[in-house]
Design a protein around this ligand. Sequence first.
Ligand SMILES: [Zn+2]
Ligand SMILES: [Zn+2]
Length: 340
Amino acid sequence: MKAVQVTGPHNLNIVEKDKPVITAKEEVLIKVKMVGICGSDIHIYHGTNPLATLPRVIGHEVTGEVEAIGEGVEGLSVGDKVVIEPIESCGHCYACRTGRGNVCSNLEVYGVHRDGGMQEYMVMPQKLVHKVNGDLDWKESVLIEPFTIGAQANWRGDVQNGDTVFIMGAGPIGLCCLKVAKSKGATVIISDLNESRLEFAKEWGADYTIHASRSNVTEELMEITKQEGANVVIDAVCLPQTFEQAIEVASVAGRVVVLGFDERPSQIKQLPITKKEVTITGSRLQTNQFPGVIGMFNEQSFDTTGMVTQIFQLEQIHEAIQLIETSPQEVMKVVISFEK
Ligand SMILES: [Zn+2]
Ligand SMILES: [Zn+2]
């Protein structure tokens, strides 16, 4: 079978691998149908993901069909449409003991520390395989994993019905955060530098959009919120300055959700944090968000049209990456299809 493997910086190839087989009774063999390309896959390709070990089959946004099940597997049948939960935790460390396996000290992520989904078949433990509504299109179910990231950010920010949520950045993660926040009954303000992304965010339910270079973001946000500020700020731009701004525009008793990997320091004053009693919280991957997100997707009314902007065949992986890198304004989510 074919797999997309990174062996070193800028060295990504389609390789031939043995088709995996079920070796334990709780395992599931999945025929992969579609895999989304994420920023972190691109970082592995460039050699700028310090966590990744090589050689590695990339891809963690995976949907497919059950091809075979081990004798101990319950609740899944051959032919079921599924998504994979791409993280494995140890079960013993403090994070695991407190139900936060996503920040396990011994965390292993499929597509980063273990081979991921950009291959024709995968064998996964049943606990990491989730069944979805058979009526979903592959280009819908492939978005479930990125939506769990949005759901996690909303959970970490404790987004409540009636809250005003400010999302910085209208890329795929910002848009997933937006849809989840709207489903919780929040008013959502979203900012970006790209006009077409802001227009798209409006179609996806944003109540207000702010063009981050054409206007003074802080002033505009304060005006929209009648000087209250945002109850929850989700920073999906992740620059040192956006973190600083997030604290500034958070309301009293507000929450700031950090998703970035930038190692450069931000200049954060203590006073606004203490005075407003702002909670600053990190959000990484997800914990137990798959069932809720799958529930949203399984509703006929949940519409993700427009998020998948290009579908490439496995053989076109280089073209797909090139498009993402050279024409970022034309792409939202690019996916690789394993269907001929
Ligand atoms: Zn991702
Ligand atoms: Zn652990």
